[in-house]
Design a protein around this ligand. Structure first.
Ligand code: PMP
Length: 382
């Protein structure tokens, strides 16, 4: 009975349109099937997952298993906490400087490499001085700083950057920052897409709605020693210490998002086989799409510099805004969605998060090939 429903759910999910959105991103069809079953009845219970108490042993087991899985997937050392918080990544733009900059008499160093890192800076400035080490805005955020291009202050309060700029499609393929200063990273759009050495970071945050699960949950991994000199009088919800002490149930957590994220983490370990495997699949998908775009340079333009290309968000445009619009309409009719560029940039974007398969990408490429053939003669017209 359970498996019949699962199968039905799987079939429904498979026949749904393919999600290439920048976020909320695609989720694996088996996870969608399990999640829909759990809405009716959580495994091993007679209750909907939506009605399960966050104080129940059932939910505590969910939290424990998901923390254990994250620890396993990322080899997180014991002196790091794993927190499952709310408020999205945007709230981390404030919580980080509240902890590390407020009243410290030091300067924080930020990289401004795209729309999202630019958003993180004003909130930091509310808490103390910020030095922007690299500002890509004038160049239209088309490249990231090179290794060796930046000069770090070893006395800085901390160093903050965004590992993958979701809007512009730029991703760091090297590690910026200095070992002398706490390195803080917004990994919202490439977390769990490739292995990482958590020891390089003092704090990493990522909201769920790209590679992990539904919106409503933000994962924060932070080193315990970071909490040693927390300022007094932080609002209680904005104080990491409270969340650490209460094991991520300081107040009512997003139980469903946490549950679905656990299903995704299980899928990542059991079906994909871990982060090395995930990374090589992601590399193949990105190579296929960039390879196609590179073969049609007279039709498609890629936004970012080749060396900084994101494996998660492929940002490009066709010869004209009118053709971009036609592309979106034809793509929707062909069963693809979420291909519009971010509202700040326009153009097109195909996001290849973990759950997008090579087969999905091949289907998209087939469509794109047909599109460029059909519209090549009328470039600039729709
Ligand atoms: N950082 C990055 C890299 C993002 O892509 C986004 C949103 N897409 C955010 C932060 C903001 O996230 P949230 O909506 O969860 O606040």
């Amino acid at each position: 009975m359970g498996s019949a429903r699962k199968l039905e759910g799987l079939m429904m999910a498979n026949s749904a349109n393919l999600n290439f959105s920048g976020g909320p991103g695609a989720l694996p069809p088996p996870v969608l099937a399990e999640a829909s079953e759990a809405i009716l009845r959580a495994p091993g219970t007679n209750q909907s997952i939506l009605g399960i108490s966050h104080r129940s042993d059932y939910f505590k087991a969910i939290l424990q298993e998901s923390e254990a899985l994250f620890r396993e997937l990322l080899t997180i050392p014991p002196d790091y906490h794993v927190l499952q918080l709310q408020g999205g990544s945007s709230l981390q733009f404030s919580m980080v400087p509240m902890l590390l900059l407020r009243g410290k008499g030091k300067t924080a160093e930020y990289l401004k490499t795209g729309y999202w890192s630019a958003k993180s800076i004003p909130d930091a400035r509310l808490e103390g001085p910020v030095r922007v080490l690299f500002d890509g805005e004038a160049g239209g955020y088309t490249r990231l700083p090179e290794e060796g291009e930046l000069t770090y202050d070893t006395q800085a309060a901390y160093f903050h950057y965004v590992s993958n700029e979701t809007v512009e499609g730029l991703q760091f393929h090297h590690l910026p920052g200095s070992p002398a200063v706490p390195r803080i990273c917004d990994m919202s759009s490439d977390f769990l897409s490739r292995p990482l050495d958590i020891g390089d970071f003092s704090l990493v945050y990522a909201h769920a709605q790209k590679n992990l699960g539904p919106a409503g949950l933000t994962l924060v991994i932070l080193k315990d020693s970071l909490l040693n000199n927390a300022p007094d009088h932080l609002p209680s919800m904005l104080n990491y210490r409270n969340h650490v002490e209460m094991g991520s149930i300081y107040n009512t957590p997003p139980v469903f998002s946490i549950y679905v994220t656990l299903l995704v983490a299980r899928w990542l370990r059991n079906s994909i086989g871990g982060l090395e495997k995930m990374a090589s699949l992601n590399e193949k998908k990105a190579e296929a799409l960039y390879g196609f775009l590179d073969r049609h340079p007279d039709f498609f333009q890629i936004h970012g510099a080749k060396k900084d290309r994101s494996r998660m968000n492929v940002v490009f445009r066709s010869p004209s805004p009118e053709l971009d619009q036609t592309f979106l309409e034809e793509a929707a009719a062909a069963g693809f969605y979420g291909l519009e560029g971010h509202r700040s940039l326009g153009g097109l974007r195909a996001s290849l998060y973990n759950s997008v398969t090579e087969e999905d990408v091949n289907r998209l490429l087939e469509f794109m090939d047909g599109f460029q053939t059909r519209h090549r003669s009328g470039k600039g017209k729709s």
